[in-house]
Design a protein around this ligand. Structure first.
Ligand code: ATP
Ligand code: MN
Length: 255
């Protein structure tokens, strides 16, 4: 069938990759009908020429490494259309004033979730936060700039053993300035900022914007507090002389 052939082409199965590769296994397990059609569409538009590796497999999404038709490296985040996280996704979206209509159908809800992450990336860039450049989204598939070269850039968590106090100090003040800038100038909060969602690639790059939201969201202060607490506690453990996050929180919300 046409779609199946196109998927094999995207996965490079026609030329070299054997059907028992990790890539093939993961793809086989998570690419349902909608996902295949979406990938085929993006393939025809030249946005995804090939997917050649699995970067991460998670509960909600899988991230693949690939190239577009012009040879640019891309990261492709593909949300599962069936997820056990349905409830959490629903709650987060329901609290976001930017989301007008909430679909009842889980698949469509995941599309809304994907679109929101794309919009969040665009919005964060405006406030001078370094993030993977968003390229395009469709349904449950988000295409963005690949951070790294042959392999993805390491997460802060992966390289913490090789960092020195001064590196931690710099990262701490950068991440606190990101939280503050997003909140004050961008009316926005990341909501899951941690050593797992910061890649180090010639400086810090903040990823995973799926739970980010706007200040008008009734959960925003709670999310802001979570970011401040996570960042502060992490860097305190690394020996940085940190500010009290509750004081910082009050400073940010009382103006
Ligand atoms: P988790 O549940 O593990 O946090 P997630 O489903 O929330 O994962 P992300 O955090 O966005 O998804 O991405 C998972 C992993 O994929 C990241 O930790 C990172 O290693 C890699 N990754 C994500 N985006 C990119 C990118 N643009 N370039 C390179 N690697 C990326
Ligand atoms: Mn993550």
């Amino acid at each position: 069938e046409a779609i199946e052939r196109e998927i094999e082409e995207i996965l490079g199965l026609r030329e070299r990759r054997e059907k028992d590769s990790e890539l093939y296994k993961i793809a086989n397990e998570v690419f349902d009908r909608t996902t295949k059609e979406t990938l085929a569409y993006l393939h025809r538009r030249g946005k995804i020429e090939e997917l050649y590796g699995v970067v991460s497999t998670g509960k909600e999404a899988n991230v693949f490494a690939g190239v577009d038709a012009e040879g640019n490296k891309i990261a492709v985040k593909i949300y599962r259309t069936y997820t056990t996280e349905f409830r959490r996704i629903w709650e987060y979206l329901a609290a976001d004033p930017r989301i007008g209509y909430l679909p009842k159908d889980m698949r469509k809800l995941v599309f809304v979730w994907t679109r929101r992450e794309f919009k969040n990336l665009q919005r964060a860039i405006k406030y001078a936060v370094r993030v993977p450049e968003p390229v395009i989204f469709r349904n449950n598939v988000l295409v963005m700039e690949f951070i790294g070269d042959e392999t993805p850039a390491p997460r802060l968590k992966d390289v913490e053993k090789s960092l020195e106090r001064s590196d931690f100090e710099e990262l701490y003040s950068y991440l606190m300035s990101v939280i503050e800038r997003l909140w004050k100038r961008g009316d926005m909060v990341h909501g899951d900022l941690s050593e797992y969602n910061v890649l180090l690639w010639d400086g810090p790059v903040v990823i995973d914007w799926s739970q980010a939201t706007v200040r008008r969201n009734r959960m925003s202060v709670e999310l802001l507090k979570r970011d401040l607490r996570n960042v502060t506690n992490y860097f305190a453990r690394k020996g940085v002389d940190v500010e009290d996050y509750e004081v910082k929180l009050r400073e940010l919300i009382e103006r």
